[in-house]
Unconditional design. Structure first.
Length: 118
């Protein structure tokens, strides 16, 4: 395998591990929050699945768009490290934006549904 392929594979593995970690850390508290607010199991599953799908899709789409084309043939190892870290920066930035959007949506959901509860 070429060094670019190895860098791409390493990027994919790191991104998927990061997204899996984010999902596993946020899922329990998100489940409790949505369960308490909506009291509908179907709504809870919908919001959890949509969260997972959006975060994974965004991260995978961003990393697939990377080609490590900025690294020339015969480059040193550190140039590949910087290329991978640049791609990871784009993914982490995007996932952070998705998380902010999701937090805003859940906040609106909580505010709207809390008013209706006695």
């Amino acid at each position: 395998m070429s060094p670019r392929t190895i860098a791409f594979c390493f990027s994919v593995v790191v991104v998927l591990a990061f997204v899996f970690l984010v999902d596993r850390l946020l899922r329990p508290s998100l489940r409790k929050l949505v369960d308490e607010v909506t009291a509908l199991p179907a709504a809870t599953e919908f919001y959890l699945r949509s969260f997972t799908i959006v975060v994974f899709s965004f991260a995978v789409a961003t990393i697939i768009g990377s080609s490590h084309g900025d690294v020339k043939e015969g480059a040193r190892f550190m140039e590949y490290v910087w290329s991978v870290s640049s791609d990871l920066k784009d993914v982490l930035q995007g996932v952070f934006g998705v998380l902010l959007g999701y937090v805003a949506m859940i906040t609106i959901l909580v505010a709207a549904l809390r008013r209706r509860q006695p």
